[in-house]
Structure formats: C-alpha cells, structure tokens
Write a protein that binds this ligand. Structure first.
Ligand code: KIV
Length: 266
C-alpha cells in the first residue's frame, strides 16, 4: 500500500470517507497503529504528559519532538506522519516557525506538521506552506494556551466565541492549511465548520460530524492514568495486562520457576 499523503486526506473528505488518526510517540506503538490501517499518526506534544510525565505540554522541546518523530517515522509504512510544533518553536517569529517545521521533514522524516492557533499563526502557516511544508492547523482547545485559557475548557460555547472559531477556521484554510484539528468544541459548531471548509476537519471532542477523528493513543489503550477526558474512549486497559505479566514474572523468579529448562542452555 502506498504511503498516505495530504492529497489522500483531501480526497477522503471529498468522497465523504472518514479519516482516522491517533497519536504515537515511539517505534513499537507506531508500528501497531500503522499495521491497524490508521490514516495518520500525529506525534503530539501530548507526549510531554503521557510519556514524559509532565504536568502539561509546555516544557517539551523541539529536539525531543524531533527525536520522537524520527523513531515513529522509522516504524511507519503507510500512515502519514505529522510532527507537532511544541510551545515556543513558532510563536516568536515566522523564521522560527519555518526553520523548526523544516526540521520535522528534514531530520525526522515527517510528511507534515501541526501548529496550534488560528488567525495569530496564519502568516506562519502561509510561510511554512510556501516552503513546501504541509501544515495542519489546530483550533478550539489549544493546550499550549492553558495559562491564557485558565485550564482545559470547552471552547466556542457562546455565540461570539462560536462565530470567532468559524472565522479562525476559514483563516487557516485560506492561509494554506491542508487540514484542521477541532478540539473540545460543541458538536454542532464542529459540524458547521466541517460543512463550510474544503479541507478535512479532524475532531477530538468535537462530535461525530468532523471528517475524521483523532485521540491520544495512551487514552485509548489505558496507559495514561491521571485523567481521561470526557471525549476520550478507553478501548483496552493495557496497564492492567502489563502489571499482571510483571507480577507473574516476579513471582516466578522468587519461587524458582523462571528460568525453567526451556529458557536455559545445556
Ligand atoms: O498533542 C496532541 O496529542 C494533540 C492531539 C490533538 C493530536 O495535539
């Protein structure tokens, strides 16, 4: 199967076929996500929380993002790999944005990048796109703005806020984004944005009408315990399975059952 491109995602929207995305941060999980036939893997800055154990996404660095994106890209044969621009890798200048976005393609092997924000990053999106870097935008709840937003809160609930988000969505499309993440906004608002845009919307907590869905892998498989957002669904509890296996191993070692003859050399 040939590698999925931004054109395939646009085609899926045109043909009304749902797009599937998940995050991944390392080789073994990226390989499984790819084998499952997921269209896109976002190496999200959520890795700060679910892999690095940090309080929020702000501290993860560009070098760390490039490292994780590189090992994900190495594992993937089909899915499009999208590197997530971390906090302060693009806010200070358009030059920063282009240079850092370029690192995801040049050093890490990603095919696109994701950037949080709407109107305030329109010029960044335009400059990155001009440099042949496909950009996915991200509006609604943008976790890098946690301090401005005062927490992880649903966005676009008032009429004014909803109108603003519709405007921002158009601005990102006009700036050249190939796709748009809609995070934690009312389903009806997401449906309207999805209908108005020609680029695919990918929802996370934005209801069923988006052109596609994305979730944080560690929420889906039960590897992040601190909290489970209302919009996330846990399909399996891998933590319990791994815990059972490790306890079993410990018990067998302590009781002299492992290694047995089968696992020893003559
Ligand atoms: O960092 C992240 O995991 C995200 C998701 C919305 C994909 O931004």
């Amino acid at each position: 199967m040939p590698k999925i491109t931004v054109h395939d995602l646009l085609k899926k929207k045109a043909e009304k076929r749902k797009i599937t995305m998940l995050t991944a941060y390392d080789y073994p999980f990226a390989k499984i996500v790819d084998e499952a036939g997921i269209d896109g893997i976002i190496v999200g800055d959520s890795l700060a929380m679910v892999v690095q154990g940090l309080e929020n996404t702000l501290p993860v660095t560009m070098d760390e993002m490039v490292y994780h994106t590189k090992i994900v890209a190495r594992a993937v044969s089909n899915a499009i790999v999208i590197g997530d621009m971390p906090f302060m890798s693009y806010q200070a200048s358009i030059g920063d944005a282009v240079r850092n976005a370029g690192r995801f393609l040049k050093e890490a092997g990603a095919s696109a990048v994701k950037i949080e924000g709407g109107a305030e990053v329109a010029e960044h999106i335009r400059a990155m796109t001009k440099s042949d870097i496909p950009v996915m935008a991200h509006i609604g709840l943008t976790p890098q703005s946690i301090h401005r937003m005062g927490g992880y809160k649903i966005q676009g609930r008032t009429k004014e806020a909803a109108e603003r988000l519709i405007e921002e969505a158009h601005i990102t499309e006009d700036a050249g984004a190939f796709s748009l993440i809609l995070e934690a906004i009312p389903a009806e608002l997401a449906a309207r944005i999805t209908k108005e845009l020609t680029i695919p919307t990918i929802g996370i907590g934005a209801g069923p009408s988006c052109d596609g869905q994305v979730l944080v892998l560690h929420d889906v498989i039960g590897l992040f315990e601190r909290f489970l957002p209302k919009f996330a669904k846990r399909y399996v509890n891998v933590k319990d399975e791994v815990l059972r296996a490790i306890k079993n191993y410990k018990e067998e070692v302590e009781n002299g059952l492992f290694p047995s003859d089968e696992h020893s050399f003559k």
